[in-house]
Ligand binder design. Structure first.
Ligand SMILES: [Zn+2]
Length: 363
């Protein structure tokens, strides 16, 4: 089975969706031991339904489950790993920052005998939506940034090398169960990551994984609006073009569309998932602004290879804002689709509702 046919410039998300107020409240109760297994399952399912319905209502073509079962981009993945000891965060007061995370210390070789929990996500999504969807996982080096060297590991690259086969097993199982679109997410830290090594690790994760589309989201971090490193994709080229990924999902909007010309410069044949929603910004883009950003990308990448998405996951936004931004994403994409089809932009999307017979005011 293949994904139902998608329009030109398919719209999608990066992964996570905004967490509703009631879910934040539930987290506190869950942490205090106030939820039973059924309470937890129902709450997670309700959260996933909220994320799915919002994406469907906004008109997103290829959706996700909002990563609503994860409680943070990578935090909950760690509960599946064996061989790690949590360390106290180095900062516990003040604003949340990269030094406020729990770090882990290896005490033996890392394993995940029960997988990483994504099969549950796949099974639920399949019965909850008729839209095509993707399942996402953090990449091995990104996971390794939360693990210190120690035990059997001399450095984080050795840790990442041991995480890659675990991710590979998870992706293989997802593919065998019918997942068609799989994605790894990496936070690019130019000072830490050797591009060639990053590509090798990505390819190792997807070894023998037969799916329709392999996505690779690489961003510069979005924790409380903060990045992690110099915000340039240039150091990744040309190495990145040889990865087995079908599509690179990158952030552009918050960098005012800088580097959208890299595709032409390096003759990159991959699809580009272009980030056109700035998530480090509290305003809602107009459809016109989204359309302008897309046109900028189309100056150097053929439309047949371009997908449209937010810069990153939406988990750090309030829900109303995430939803409004997704609506703008879809409307702006609609404008450009009409242009590509040779019709006037905007007219169909922004036509006022039809006036009922006999109530016209212009007679
Ligand atoms: Zn991201």
């Amino acid at each position: 089975m293949t994904t139902p046919s998608l329009p030109i410039l398919p719209t999608t998300v990066v992964g996570s969706y905004a967490i509703p107020a009631w879910l934040w409240a539930a987290y506190e109760k869950i942490e205090a031991g106030g939820f039973g297994a059924m309470d937890l399952a129902e709450t997670e399912n309700d959260a996933v339904e909220t994320a799915i319905r919002d994406q469907e209502r906004a008109g997103v073509d290829l959706i996700s489950d909002g990563e609503m079962r994860r409680q943070g981009f990578i935090v909950s993945i760690f509960k599946y790993f064996r061989g790690l000891r949590p360390l106290e965060p180095r900062r516990k007061v003040g604003v949340l920052a990269y030094d406020g995370h729990v770090l882990y210390e290896p005490v033996e070789r890392i394993s995940a005998p029960d997988g990483l929990g994504t099969l549950k996500e796949l099974d639920y999504l399949r019965q909850a939506t008729t839209r095509p969807f993707k399942i996402t996982l953090p990449g091995p080096l990104t996971l390794a940034t939360q693990i210190r060297k120690g035990g059997p590991y001399r450095d984080r690259l050795e840790v990442a090398a041991d995480l890659a086969p675990i991710l590979n097993q998870e992706l293989r199982t997802l593919a065998a169960r019918g997942a068609r679109n799989l994605q790894l997410d990496d936070v690019y830290q130019s000072f830490l990551m050797e591009p060639k090594r990053l590509v090798e690790l990505y390819d190792r994760c997807f070894e023998g994984v037969a799916v329709e589309r392999r996505f690779w989201h690489i961003c510069f971090g979005t924790l409380e609006g903060f990045g992690f490193g110099e915000r340039s994709y240039r150091p990744l080229f040309p190495a990145i073009a040889s990865a087995c990924a079908d599509q690179l999902v990158l952030e552009f909007a918050n960098r005012e569309m800088a580097e959208s010309g890299l595709w032409r410069e390096f003759d990159c044949s991959k699809e580009l998932g272009a980030g056109v929603l700035d998530l480090k910004n509290f305003y809602v883009e107009s459809a016109e602004l989204v359309a302008r950003r897309i046109r900028r990308v189309l100056e150097t990448v053929p439309a047949e290879r371009v997908w449209i998405n937010p810069d990153c996951g939406l988990a750090r936004l309030p829900r109303y804002l995430a939803f409004a931004k997704l609506q703008a994403l879809v409307a702006g994409t609609g404008q450009v689709r009409y242009e590509l089809a040779g019709t006037e932009p905007g007219r169909t999307f922004f036509r006022p509702p039809p006036v009922a017979p006999g109530t016209s005011s212009d007679t």
